[in-house]
Design a protein around this ligand. Structure first.
Ligand code: MCA
Ligand code: AMP
Length: 501
């Protein structure tokens, strides 16, 4: 039963009329509807020539049909490659070239743009409200499909993650990587068929796609499926939910709502947070307001979920909890790789069935990021005497804004290419809503040039909006050490209060 879909299906409710997803228009998708819908899309993929091991690249707005397409891709034995809807054409060209998909599925609104980029690759469309050529094709197909057998190590998905240097890398995730993590989480977080997950995360990333969706399916439970996070819509749906998963920004935004209180969420079973650090302050404020201790967990695209605070027992604010069952975590010296004694701060390294199969077509990058079978996370942390892991920083130069990763090097390259700019340095600084916000310090070519809006506007079309700096500061020169390296610590001291002053 190595195909992830079969592993999940073995846990679906016997009664196919049981709910799988409630949509925003009030309609219900039952397990039976989901089986038939995913079969129709699998037949549509086959009709478009998608076979075993082919990549299906998807950049569409969040919709139930996109979820059907994900399940269909698994059922067809192909590889699902979802992309952030914010990516521009310039970013997409690289992904298409790298992954060589058999099919690209785009938002109908971007069809022309994609068709021009995709060259020989077929492009189909799938819209937010079920419109588009692929949905139309699927609608005419049979609702029966026999899921293709796969081996545990065969690939189910490739998710792109940016890198400190160079271009994004495709993390290859096998059927077993995803299945093992989903089953572990169902057990660890006590999901049952009666659970209703409030799902407001995007489904192009691990959190919303694998943690939210696979856990729901593996528990035979259901979800309230919202197109995006909107505090009002979430509050309106909470009375019907039992659990919610979110990035810290979700919880920050809910706390900003006066009506968000104990009476609204007293019945809830579990709130989970991850993808970025949840501050101890927000954790405490949430508990004081609602009586619920948010369960914080730690994951990565390359590994799915690694650690979790306990379901029973202390959920300690500011920690990410203990390694999940079957997952081994060690702390190593970032330079030498020497395993450090308990309690010391070093780089977090991870081994287990959750750890990915390497970067797509980048064996040398893969080799660089493993040490004795452990994946080197690039996160700095320590383990306390009770076994709780705390993340204290990052060895990688990474900014996380609202749960999206932004690599300063990529933003700097885009800025340096602008004719107005001589050189640049990009940092992340505290942001009250997003956790971190992107700030650029630039040295203009013409000393008098200081047009922040013009710089940001010039990045349009090159960089996804979420990667663009929210503030640009103009300096006559960048602070550098004697080796000529930009002193980002100095920049953080100078501009650390850009969003909080
Ligand atoms: C939107 N914008 C952002 C972000 N999101 N800018 C920086 N960071 C962001 N995260 C921009 C938009 O382009 C727009 O720009 C402006 O902010 C407001 O847009 P809007 O659509 O209203 O924002 P929003 O819908 O309120 O989105 C904020 C959000 C969303 C709800 C926090 O970003 C979100 O759902 N994030 C979750 C990301 C996630 O799922 N991460 C998991 C990764 P303008 O107005 O100027 O045009 S998986 C992972 O990290 C690992 C594996 C793990 O452990 O889970
Ligand atoms: P991604 O590449 O999007 O999968 O992001 C993975 C990174 O998100 C990790 O390497 C961490 O830096 C960060 N991350 C995820 N969960 C947490 C958490 N609970 N606390 C702190 N950082 C986290």
């Amino acid at each position: 039963m190595a195909n992830l879909f079969d592993t999940l299906a073995a846990r679906f409710p016997a009664d196919q009329t049981r709910p799988f997803a409630w949509l925003e228009d009030g309609s219900l998708v039952t397990y039976g509807d989901m089986m038939a819908g995913s079969a129709r899309f699998a037949n549509a993929l086959a009709a478009r020539g998608v076979g075993i091991g082919d990549r299906v690249m998807v950049q569409t707005p969040k919709s139930i049909d996109m979820l059907m397409l994900y399940l269909a891709t698994l059922r067809a034995g192909a590889i699902f490659v979802p992309l952030n809807t914010a990516y521009t054409s310039a970013e997409l060209s690289y992904f298409i070239e790298d992954a060589e998909p058999a099919l690209f599925v785009s938002d109908p609104a971007r069809h022309e743009e994609l068709a021009a980029l995709a060259g020989d690759i077929s492009v189909e469309t799938l819209g937010e409200a079920g419109e588009g050529s692929l949905s139309a094709l699927a609608a005419g197909m049979s609702g029966a499909w026999v899921t293709v057998a796969r081996e545990a190590d065969d690939l189910a998905a490739i998710l792109y993650t940016s890198g400190t240097t160079g271009r994004s890398k495709g993390a290859m995730l096998s059927h077993d990587n995803l299945a093992s993590n989903a089953l572990t989480l169902v057990d660890h977080w006590r999901f049952s068929a009666d659970d209703v997950l409030l799902h407001a995360l995007p489904i192009f990333h691990t959190h919303g796609l694998f943690v939210g969706t696979n856990v729901t399916l593996a528990a035979g439970s259901s979800m309230i499926f919202q197109a995006k996070f909107d505090a009002e819509a979430v509050m309106a749906a909470l009375p019907r939910a039992t659990t919610m998963m979110g990035v810290p920004t979700f919880y920050i935004r809910l706390l900003a709502e006066q009506a968000f209180d104990r009476s609204l969420v007293g019945h809830m079973r579990l709130f989970v947070s991850g993808s970025a650090p949840l501050s101890a302050e927000i954790h405490r404020e949430f508990e004081a307001r609602t009586g619920h201790a948010i369960l914080e967990r730690y994951g990565m695209t390359e590994t799915n979920m690694n650690t979790s605070n306990p379901y029973d027992g202390d959920r300690i604010a500011g920690t990410v909890g203990m390694p999940l069952p079957g997952i081994d975590i060690r702390i190593a010296d970032p330079e030498s790789g020497r395993v450090l004694p308990q309690g010391e701060v070093g780089v977090i390294e991870i081994a287990g069935p959750n750890v990915f199969k390497g970067y797509w077509r980048k064996p040398e990058k893969t080799a660089e990021e493993f040490r004795d079978g452990y994946f080197i996370s690039g996160d700095l942390g320590f383990i306390d005497p009770r076994g709780y892991v705390s993340i204290v920083g990052r060895a990688k130069d990474l900014i996380i804004a609202g749960g999206y990763n932004i690599y300063p090097a990529e933003v700097e390259t885009a800025l340096d290419e602008l004719p107005q700019i001589h050189e640049s340095a990009v940092i992340g600084v505290p942001h009250p809503d997003l956790g971190e916000g992107v700030v650029a310090a630039v040295v203009p070519r013409a000393p008098a040039f200081a047009d922040e809006a013009a710089v940001i506007a010039a990045l349009e079309g090159t960089l996804a909006r979420f990667k663009q700096p929210r503030r640009v500061y103009f300096l006559p020169e960048l602070p550098k050490n004697s080796m000529g390296k930009v002193q980002k610590t100095t920049l953080r001291e100078m501009f650390g209060d850009a969003f909080t002053a």
